[in-house]
Design a protein. Structure first.
Length: 438
């Protein structure tokens, strides 16, 4: 099984200051998302009415789903689906399973999907789902029951032209197969385009599993060009070794980058000459951990984040780079493979330090871009080869990168603000064209 982010056994420890709905702190992703939104809206000169429309999600669904556990007990799980916008097309976004999912987190992630799709010009809106559960203590059958019941509760609210889920943290191609099947049973016909990130045999796209990591590599390559660096002398530190981090590491090592350090929830491993990534993946598979790898030395996780490097790629979870630690970073490029790894309080510190930031809504957009390709292929009933997927992904990522960087230069803002401005402008334009239905 392949997960979009870290598999259950590698769930990162819960951040100590996890967001509590409504509490204004640095670690509430909704407040981070809103702060960036406000800054971009201000610079764009968006009028108050449009700000209100874009700032609020269009629909928030909360479900409390009863599920029978393997020992016969009944448990009730809470799930969310937030549809932030459908202005540019059907809502689109992953579903995550984790014990610490909050509504505010899902709201932020849904808005980020809207901006991500707009930055890449993928014709979708944005949404996100989450179920509060701990996959590490649930059996596959229990996870299947949770998934099916959650899908059944959302039946009216999802669909190829309504809202299209995909994998996210702790969900994978199997989860998508269960959603597709449950939805199809209710619809009395097979509807493959209701989800993306499915197994290839059920209408999934070639290249989808690698897409987020490949997208990160493509934008890093573009950043290297701008900074006059080349792959072979580029040191890369990656935080997270799940689908995004692991796949980025694998593809980038193969392409000649020097992956000097991998940081996981249980330790970090370092080799200044570059780690043998396939061997490290095998070591993790055999021993259950990246630590004590013969091809590198163990390192303190905190220290590893502040190694001198050319590229730092946080690819695990939110709130990793904060006002407390941003000043200690020693990287030229920060490529945000995860959603929301940097808090808004850390943004000015990164700008001051002159770090070239590839913001999450651009850096990790490879996943949703190939999700879009999957949706197109399902609806056409005609499937592309992997080269075609990868070439089209590259074209979109390179164009989006160039759009953002050109926008940043033209308007004298940092890359993150530029990406938000570009996205807000595109969504606002769509809303203006459509008009407000009354
Ligand atoms: N969960 C991924 C993301 O955050 C993919 C979403 C999708 O493909 O719809 O971008």
């Amino acid at each position: 099984m392949i997960t979009e982010s870290a598999p259950p056994s590698t769930l990162p420890p819960t951040p100590t200051l996890k967001a509590v709905d409504g509490i204004a702190d640095e670690f509430n992703p909704r407040l981070s998302a809103e702060a960036r939104f406000d800054e971009a809206a201000e610079r764009l000169g968006l009028d108050d009415g449009m700000r209100k429309v874009l700032r609020s999600p269009s629909r928030e669904i909360i479900v409390h789903i009863p599920v029978q556990l393997d020992d016969g007990r009944l448990e009730v799980f809470t799930g969310y689906r937030v549809q932030h916008s459908i202005a540019r097309g059907p809502a689109k976004g992953g579903i995550r399973y984790a014990p610490d999912v909050t509504l505010d987190e899902v709201r932020a992630l849904a808005a980020w999907m809207t901006w991500k799709c707009a930055v890449t010009n993928v014709p979708f809106g944005g949404s996100k789902g989450g179920v509060i559960c701990d996959p590490s203590i649930l059996s596959p059958v229990e996870l299947e029951r949770i998934t099916r019941r959650y899908t059944a509760e959302l039946f009216e609210f999802i669909g190829p032209e309504i809202d299209v889920p995909a994998p996210d943290v702790n969900t994978n191609d199997q989860t998508m197969a269960w959603i597709m099947d449950t939805y199809s049973m209710h619809a009395r016909k097979t509807v493959t385009a209701v989800v993306t990130g499915k197994p290839i045999d059920l209408g999934g796209s070639r290249g989808r599993t690698e897409a987020t990591g490949r997208g990160c590599m493509i934008v890093i390559d573009q950043a290297l060009r701008r900074l006059g660096l080349d792959r072979s002398s580029t040191r890369v530190v990656i935080q997270g070794f799940g689908n995004v981090g692991g796949m980025s590491a694998k593809l980038m090592a193969r392409a000649g980058f020097k992956i000097v350090c991998i940081i996981e929830f249980d330790g970090a491993v370092y080799n200044p000459n570059g780690l043998d990534i396939p061997a490290l993946l095998k070591h993790r598979k055999d021993t259950g951990s990246i630590t004590d790898f013969p091809g590198g030395q163990n390192m303190d996780r905190e220290e590893a984040m502040f190694l001198e490097t050319d590229v730092l790629l946080p690819a695990a979870h939110e709130n990793v780079i904060t006002s407390k630690n941003a000043s200690k970073l020693r990287t030229k490029i920060l490529c945000e493979g995860a959603n929301g790894p940097t808090t808004h309080f850390a943004d000015p510190i990164l700008s001051e330090k002159g770090i070239f930031v590839i913001p999450d809504i651009l850096a990790n957009a490879g996943g949703v871009t190939v999700s879009y390709f999957e949706w197109v292929q399902d609806r056409q009933g005609y499937f592309w080869n992997e080269q075609m997927v990868n070439d089209r992904l590259e074209e979109i990522m390179v164009n989006s990168f160039n759009d953002v960087v050109a926008y940043a230069e033209k308007h004298g803002v940092n890359n993150r603000t530029a990406a938000y401005m570009l996205a807000l402008d595109r969504v606002a334009f769509a809303i203006k064209l459509r008009g407000i239905y009354a």
